[in-house]
Ligand binder design. Sequence first.
Ligand SMILES: [Zn+2]
Length: 287
Amino acid sequence: MLVSAKEMLNKAKEGHYAVGQFNINNLEWTKAILLTAQECNSPVILGVSEGAGKYMCGYNTIVGMVNGMIDTLGITVPVALHLDHGSYEGALKCIEAGFSSVMFDGSHYPIAENIEKTTELVKLTGEKGISLEAEVGAIGGEEDGVIGAGECADPNECKMIADLGVTMLAAGIGNIHGKYPANWAGLSFETLEAVSEKVGKMPLVLHGGTGIPADQIKKAISLGVSKINVNTECQLAFAEATRKYIEAGKDLEGKGFDPRKLLAPGFEAIKATVKEKMELFGSVGMA
Ligand SMILES: [Zn+2]
């Protein structure tokens, strides 16, 4: 059964570790992440962007697939199914479809409008026991077409949004989506400390987890980050393993073209990446 992300994140904040959000793209992705979470006895959040939602034939299809897998694979660790960077309309659709968690990304609206829309969603999700993530300060890189400048959030604005009653808060602290450029300045711990101080017990979310050095991840967790989003890293691992399989000509040997064989190395690569992240975030054994 899907659960809200609230309890797992509050536990993570108290226990000084973070729960990974791993974005899904298809059946193989979902199965690899769920099995790894179970093997690691770790809570997990499955992220779905609106683009990935369309790709997987809509939110109802996704809810059906994830619930079916949890049942068939015997997954007993806490699993939240979460809309990543949702629009207001997208969040409503996911709430309707049976997601257990949604993010409303109002960071590109003026703060007053972000507050107004977030307030409405606090009410709607609260009634259904669904967790809600809000964002302040756009996160750089590409968020399904929304380009941010990699800015740092204003701690006072963070407090205004946190006080509305959201479950968790994503604040820009110099992090970006996708691959980090060579001249990246690193995370702004100054901003993170200021935000942490303002929002108190509220779990903070770090987006763009791919390529942030391990020591910076650990420091961010120590300063109140309880959820870390990983997307690009699984994509890179999947692509590399699949390319190697084909470059080695294995699809031309015997029945190597069978999709269940062709996609197996990529599947295993996602599993290895997720396990590595769960170990780094400290969520292993915390289910
Ligand atoms: Zn993000």
